[in-house]
Design a protein around this ligand. Structure first.
Ligand SMILES: [Zn+2]
Length: 407
């Protein structure tokens, strides 16, 4: 097997989460009695470019089918993050009514709506039909296709090159990273900027975030690796910011290599930070499995002892990362009786693999669980506020990552 970026032979394992169903394939009641498809979930690290990557992958059109249920607008904190970004970037790049902006994986228009509100022309690129439809209902133009260099060339030929091309949490989802980045370069104007946000693998390793590993993610990036990839395709990263989102992300700013834009000190600082962490040392990656095992054992110990004491434990937030955690730990509904979620698209369905039912918040309130395991720990603070009423029956919150904690 070869590195999807540099073609080097991959021999170093990062982690093997064994078999797992696609994490967003929620099941209907009828599907529970049908066979369920599992795929291997094993990651390697390339010892040349240090790109962490999945060893096999499903065809992307199998994962992003019309049943795909993630709507970005259901998270209030994500909406706020997006709005703040739009205000910041309009000012920073001096965007106005004559500018054009495009977003790759524009989902339900959660972000582009703010450009529209500010009078800036924009369009989204989104292959998922359901979410694209919601965006169009908001009056946002959507190109309903996967982004690749072919599409970028066509859009450029149609005069749709942009001043700003952005993509949040899309880079990891790309099977052919070389073709994708080649496409980025094609779609920006001569003075155009690309911003991309993606979870930083430094945080994934440091904070045991193995549950952010799923089939839909083909790659996991350090700044070191992403810089190499962009450079190879004629793009230079001139700024980088650290963000608290998704357990710690990077936002990179890139433009054409030949541009006169100066590279800021943040770039050098990030290289130094990663170097100190050991981002270019294989040992940094090969010790990860042991840390993950500890998380699994601690969580199982807690759940089993809670059960013995007759306590009721439920989950909150039927996020993809929850499925990775539950399936890797082998947790079924005997240990977590249900998971509550606000999204009507998930309620009444069952989690893939574990078959734990997804219930609405009314049901959750009526059940008055003793412990609530917060699955999307990245929005922990938001959820604790939203569900503070569990204190009324002395309910407590738990998180499993970065370590088991009763709050
Ligand atoms: Zn490589």
């Amino acid at each position: 097997m070869e590195c999807r970026f540099c073609g080097n032979n991959l021999t170093y394992e990062f982690i093997d989460l064994v078999n797992s169903p696609p994490s967003n394939s929620f099941l209907s009641k009828d599907q529970l009695s049908e066979p369920e498809v599992f795929y291997p979930l094993k990651l390697f690290v390339c010892d040349k470019c240090f790109l962490v990557q999945i060893d096999e992958y499903k065809k992307s059109n199998e994962i992003f089918n019309s049943d795909y249920v993630y709507f970005s607008s259901f998270s209030q904190s994500w909406l706020e993050h997006s709005k703040n970004y739009v205000i910041m970037i309009i000012d920073r790049l001096g965007l106005d009514g004559s500018s054009l902006v495009a977003e790759i994986a524009s989902n339900d228009g959660y972000l582009l709506q703010y450009f529209k509100q500010n009078g800036i022309q924009c369009y989204g690129i989104e292959p998922s039909i359901n979410t694209a439809l919601v965006a169009k209902q908001k009056g946002i133009d959507v190109v309903e296709k996967f982004f690749d260099s072919y599409l970028a060339t066509n859009l450029a030929n149609e005069g749709k090159r942009v001043d700003l091309l952005l993509g949040n949490n899309v880079l990891a989802h790309v099977p052919n990273i070389n073709d994708f980045v080649r496409g980025l370069k094609k779609l920006i104007k001569d003075k155009g900027t690309i911003t991309m946000e993606f979870p930083h693998i430094l945080n994934l390793i440091e904070q045991n975030q193995f549950d952010t590993i799923y089939h839909e993610h083909f790659s996991y990036f350090s700044f070191y690796a992403v810089n190499k990839i962009f450079k190879t395709h004629g793009l230079k990263i001139y700024d980088v910011e650290e963000l608290p989102t998704h357990g710690g992300s990077l936002r990179i700013y890139a433009t054409h290599e030949e541009s006169e834009v100066l590279t800021l000190d943040s770039v050098k600082s990030m290289f130094i930070k990663e170097e100190k962490f050991g981002i270019t040392k294989i040992a940094t990656y090969s010790s990860f499995s042991e840390k993950v095992d500890k998380i699994k054992n601690n969580l199982l110990e807690f759940l089993i002892s809670a059960k013995k004491e007759g306590k009721k434990v439920v989950g909150y937030g039927a996020a993809a990362k929850g499925n990775t955690l539950l399936n890797y730990c082998g947790i079924k509904k005997d240990l977590i009786s249900f998971v509550a979620d606000r999204s009507p698209y998930k309620q009444g369905k069952f989690l893939p693999g574990s078959h734990i039912p997804v219930e609405n918040e009314e049901f959750f309130k009526a059940e008055m669980p003793d412990y609530v395991l917060i699955l999307p720990w990245n929005i922990k603070n938001e959820l604790i506020k939203q569900l503070s009423y569990i204190g009324g029956w002395s309910g407590k919150f738990i998180t499993a990552i970065p370590y088991l904690e009763i709050l």
